[in-house]
Design a protein around this ligand. Structure first.
Ligand code: PLP
Length: 412
């Protein structure tokens, strides 16, 4: 069937859309009458699951109160959301720049870092994704960048995480960033951009000492550290922000998106430390968006954060880590010849599978027949799970039964 709009990241004839009609909790329904179990939070954003009544009411109530705004406006919910975001950031964070999602959070973090530092170069990793817009995609290092190059000038990629390749697991982590900073001339580098925990490129968890080493290299040269928490933030890894797993590593900027509204509104944010924010007291912040802090998105953000707090869902995600890990180890025990490694942090996991391309396609098709939504990433050889933070333990068990059957089918 052909539709009068584009599907993203695919040749149109290969698109495999789901005709989604609603849902409740960890489940969503499609037009063909199927009920899907969401073990992926759609694309990592639906952390409160489907059909959340509090979210719907908050957005409706906001629409009744105030549905239109403009960038220079002040209204109570905008203030409250900024205060709440800063309350969950490390001490010293003092300002929020609102965006419409994760990609433009990256774009505006680039601008803020360049304007504040007066420098232009940016360092990021090959194993990364920071968004689809031109600046953000230039920072990313995966297959999504080369087709749209040339990108932003001044971006330098490093091959950190190579040491995590199979067979080198015991190797001492050593970032290329300190030496690349020296080679590039550190006084030309505005910022290093990192996902605290690598998301779409394979759920890679930094080894002890890694983020500390990068932070120290940035400090040594007055380079800003931007932590991309678009995917890892708001409880996905069992903390408000992923970098909190490495106490002492405090970024200068934090980019947010996705679960900031649990997917119920189009919102992102850049959280800015006072040491950077103060520059803009006198310097013009050359950045802005018509829909900056749109009331409906802000209402969704405020309610989502309030629900995470009141229902202690960040703690819940941390508590369910053991259960998620056990399920994945069950998969490894059942398929020892293909499951290479499980990485788990909170309710986020990456499982490396030794599958041929054809087997990945069979696995994907079998998962669809099982009506279970997960993230299958053949480009890095990884199956990723990121269930909603509200998922029940029995639902996790059911998800694993479906994944087991699908992998069995793919290997048959
Ligand atoms: N940063 C990371 C780590 C992401 O995973 C994503 C999206 O997947 C983005 C940025 C871009 O966010 P968005 O798609 O909301 O623009």
């Amino acid at each position: 069937m052909s539709y009068p709009f584009f599907f993203t990241w695919t040749a149109q004839q290969n698109a495999k859309p789901l005709d989604i009609r609603g849902g409740e909790g960890a489940w969503f329904d499609t037009a063909d009458g199927a009920r899907w179990l969401d073990m992926g939070s759609l694309v990592f954003q639906a952390s409160l699951g489907h059909g959340n009544r509090r979210m719907v009411h908050a957005i409706k109530a906001q629409a009744e109160r105030l549905a239109l705004s403009y960038p220079s406006a002040v209204y109570p919910e905008k203030v409250a959301l900024a205060e709440k975001l800063l309350a969950h950031a490390p001490p010293g964070f003092s300002k929020v720049f609102f965006t419409l999602g994760g990609s433009d959070a990256t774009e505006n973090a680039i601008k803020i870092a360049r304007l504040a530092s007066g420098r232009h170069k940016l360092i990021s990793r090959y194993r990364s994704y920071h968004g689809a817009t031109m600046g953000a995609v230039s920072l990313g290092g995966d297959y999504r960048r080369p087709p749209v190059e040339p990108g932003l000038a001044g971006v330098v990629h490093v091959d950190d995480f190579a040491f995590m390749a199979r067979g080198e697991k015991g190797a001492k982590p050593q970032s290329q960033i300190p030496s690349i900073l020296e080679l590039e001339g550190p006084s030309t580098v505005a910022a290093v951009f990192l996902e605290s925990v690598v998301g779409a490129n394979g759920a890679l968890i930094p080894p002890p000492g890694y983020l500390e080493e990068v932070r120290a290299a940035c400090d040594a040269h007055g380079v800003l550290l931007v932590m991309d928490e678009v995917l890892a933030g708001f409880g996905r890894t069992g903390k408000w922000f992923g970098f909190e797993h490495w106490p002492g590593v405090v970024p200068d900027l934090i980019t947010c998106g996705k679960a900031i509204t649990a997917g119920y509104g189009t919102l992102g944010a850049v959280l800015v430390h006072e040491r950077v924010a103060r520059v803009f007291e006198t310097k013009v912040l050359h950045a802005g968006l018509t829909f900056y802090a749109h009331p409906l998105a802000v209402a969704a953000g405020l309610e989502a954060l309030t629900i995470y707090e009141e229902e202690k869902l960040i703690e819940r995600a941390a508590g369910l880590e053991t259960k998620l890990h056990a399920g994945l180890e069950g998969l490894r025990a059942a398929f020892p010849e293909v499951v290479r490694e499980n990485r788990v942090l909170g309710l986020f996991s990456g499982t490396d599978l030794a599958l041929e391309q054809a087997a990945w396609a069979k696995f994907d098709a079998a998962l669809r027949r099982e009506n279970v939504l997960v993230h299958v990433r053949p480009h890095v050889g990884t199956l990723m799970l990121s269930p909603p933070l509200i998922i029940g333990e029995d639902e996790l068990d059911e998800g694993f039964r479906r994944i087991h059957r699908a992998l069995g089918e793919a290997l048959a």
